[in-house]
Design a protein around this ligand. Structure first.
Ligand code: WT7
Length: 653
């Protein structure tokens, strides 16, 4: 754990209370009412979530709100509902019918607005299109697209007919796409000709074609025409989105699905090489995502909400698409890069669309800071009333800049802690009620039980670093790792297994500490997971990509701090004897390319160091801790007695 960061956040004494104007019209308007809510949830957490679930529409009420068979939870058992119905049909009966659901802006500047009525029609048609290709409830549909409205339409269409979507980030390579389609046994793939970013087109269909060379499960590919680039269409397998959509009707009743019906799989990195398919189900996910969107973003009907996350990540699922739509909100969806055509793009979008709520990542904020205050200062950002961040701990300097330059010192900031696995926000300020401090996500939301504990399970003292755990199952929790329940049990539930005193705790993988006021400060991951520009990457995954190159014998990847990206990737590589004479500069460039091809640009190592040998234990395990100490410049104070050859470490230094 990073001690320097612990001590620097310890000095953070500035506090920020919401203004009276903000609190007065907020859904939760005082610390008192928040405390009351938290207390009632604490006394009976299941009833608390039942009340939230009742705010949504169900075809059939549940018989039992919660069951637990360690470590498998079920929520709203016996109930049936449909997420797409809750996002769309429910809003058609009142004035929201003609309200903008999605305001989309392409990178080239083109704009499209879909009202709830229009979005509903498109989703119904897309549902029928999927059915016409043989998709039935329970089938997996892969979605490999950029930030276009059709990506959201495709997700909602799956949810409508009970198909399980598996969205694969458009920045992933064909190899990563293939692995994720194969692991989930996807039956249909929805993609587009090309995605546009930073003025360039990336050929998604071409990458998909390559992935599909070794992917037997996919029977059909739906291709959206977007960039206009010409693509190869394989007869009988590939169909054009626009052509199929013309052959189907706009009537499609939402299927009545059981609360625990699988909703989506989303792959995320862990500490071993293979990505984990995180499985989420319907009723519980819907309930917590709807509730957290409402209270954390204080959503009102007049709001214009802009979340900059890509649909390929959990934030895009829960807080671009489902959460806001469940609340009948207006979403701004932007296709491209924040600095295209120039660094004022987001601020321009905020001004032109009158954005009131803006949700982004600390790494983006640090980039904005680097680009200079002049960009946001050139635009009118007075429509903004609330700001949010997610993805990694926000450094107080970035927090203060966000508060001052973007928020005009008037907008509360919600620093939201959660994970792909948690499905929805877990720790966050409630903006009309919480006094915030730069750098802490503050406290668990009502209905969420979180603690910082020692390895033996006892609670840490104030300011003592420990492990972040969730002590009671929550509605939007992952249900398993798709196809690998053993890994689910081992990764999340073996650190604090069921005991006489508790039903088993969920281990988040994060280290944290609680201050004397009960605010939680996230210190960072305690496993071999790194966070580069808000993207979670498993170092093992990058290592296995490196060793798949013929020149590489062994590889170890660690992170060093980076002022913009949060963390940067450093790879230590030993070369096979057959390549001993290789030009290391050239080889480093080749290896960086190789990783980008195997996983995607986001995983490209920043530095590659060639070594004669890597520091290992006598049993042959690479001691990454020592490499971490080398790249962070920390003095190796840790135990090195298990090191097999001490000279190796000396040479690396
Ligand atoms: C990990 C989860 C949740 C959507 C984006 C990332 C880190 C996330 C915060 C925050 C400190 C944070 C944690 C967590 N993280 N939000 N507000 N403060 N750390 O999703 O890829 O599943 O990564 O991101 O380390 O475990 P993810």
């Amino acid at each position: 754990m990073d001690e320097q960061r612990i001590s620097s956040v310890l000095q953070e004494e500035r506090t920020f209370a919401p203004s009276r104007e903000f609190s007065e019209r907020a859904l939760i308007s005082s610390s008192k009412s928040l405390a009351k809510l938290a207390k009632s949830a604490e006394q009976d957490v299941v009833t608390f979530w039942e009340e939230r679930a009742k705010e949504l529409a169900w075809f059939k009420p549940w018989k039992k709100a919660f069951t637990w068979k360690h470590p498998h939870a079920q929520w709203f058992v016996g109930g049936s509902t449909n997420l797409s119905m809750n996002c769309l049909d429910r809003h058609l009966a009142d004035a929201r019918r003609n309200k903008a659901a999605i305001i989309w802006e392409g990178e080239h500047g083109e704009q499209r607005t879909l009202t709830y009525h229009q979005l509903h029609r498109e989703v119904c048609k897309a549902s029928n299109m999927l059915r016409s290709l043989g998709v039935v409830a329970g089938d997996v549909v892969a979605i490999y697209m950029g930030m276009v409205p059709e990506a959201a339409i495709a997700m909602l269409a799956c949810a409508r007919i009970g198909a399980v979507h598996n969205v694969i980030f458009g920045g992933f390579s064909s190899a990563a796409l293939r692995e994720r389609m194969n692991d989930s046994k996807a039956k249909v793939l929805i993609t587009q000709d090309g995605a546009i970013r930073r003025g360039e087109t990336s050929g998604l269909k071409a990458a998909a074609d390559e992935a599909l060379l070794k992917c037997k499960s996919v029977k059909h590919v739906v291709v959206l025409r977007h960039s206009g680039d010409s693509v190869a269409m394989k007869a009988r397998r590939d169909v054009w989105w626009h052509e199929r959509m013309e052959t189907v009707t706009a009537e499609c009743e939402p299927e009545s699905l059981s609360s625990e019906h699988p909703l989506f799989i989303l792959y995320t990195s862990g500490s071993t090489g293979k990505p984990k398919g995180i499985l989420h189900t319907t009723g519980g996910y819907m309930t917590q995502v709807a509730y957290t969107s409402k209270v954390v973003f204080d959503l009102h009907d007049e709001d214009v909400y802009f979340c900059t996350a890509d649909i390929g990540w959990i934030t895009g699922h829960s807080y671009v698409v489902y959460g806001p739509l469940l609340n009948g909100a207006t979403i701004v969806m932007y296709e491209g890069a924040p600095n295209w055509p120039d660094a004022g793009r987001f601020w321009d979008i905020i001004e032109r669309h009158g954005v009131t709520i803006f949700y982004t990542a600390p790494t983006a904020i640090r980039s904005f800071m680097k680009w200079g205050d002049q960009w946001p200062r050139d635009y009118d950002l007075s429509s903004l009333r609330l700001l949010g961040t997610v993805g990694e701990p926000i450094n107080p300097e970035a927090w203060m800049w966000y508060h001052t330059v973007i928020g005009g010192e008037r907008c509360p900031i919600v620093d939201t802690w959660w994970q792909t696995e948690t499905g929805a926000i877990m720790i966050s300020p409630v903006p009309g009620a919480t006094v915030t401090k730069p750098g802490t996500a503050t406290k668990p939301l009502p209905g969420i039980q979180i603690d910082v504990v020692r390895k033996d399970g006892t609670s840490c003292k104030p300011n003592e670093g420990g492990l972040l755990v969730v002590k009671h199952p929550w509605p939007s929790m992952l249900r398993t790792v798709y196809g690998d329940d053993k890994r689910y049990v081992e990764t999340y539930w073996s650190e604090f297994p069921q005991s006489k005193s508790h039903p088993g705790w969920y281990f988040t993988g994060d280290g944290a500490r609680k201050d004397t006021s009960g605010n939680i400060w996230i210190i960072g991951r305690v496993d071999d997971v790194v966070n580069v520009s808000g993207h979670r990457l498993g170092t093992a995954e990058i290592e296995s990509a490196l060793v798949s190159h013929p020149a590489v014998a062994e590889a170890a990847v660690v992170a060093r701090p980076d002022t913009v990206k949060g963390q940067a990737l450093v790879a230590f590589v030993t070369v096979k004897a057959t390549h001993a004479r290789a030009d290391t500069k050239k080889l480093a460039a080749l290896l960086r390319e190789h990783v980008a091809r195997e996983i995607g640009q986001i995983a490209r190592p920043d530095d590659i160091h060639f070594a004669e040998a890597l520091p290992k234990t006598r049993s042959g395990k690479i001691m990454r801790r020592l490499l971490r100490e080398i790249v962070t410049g920390a003095v190796a104070t840790g135990d090195t007695t298990t090191l097999e050859d001490a000279a190796v470490l000396e040479r690396l230094r």
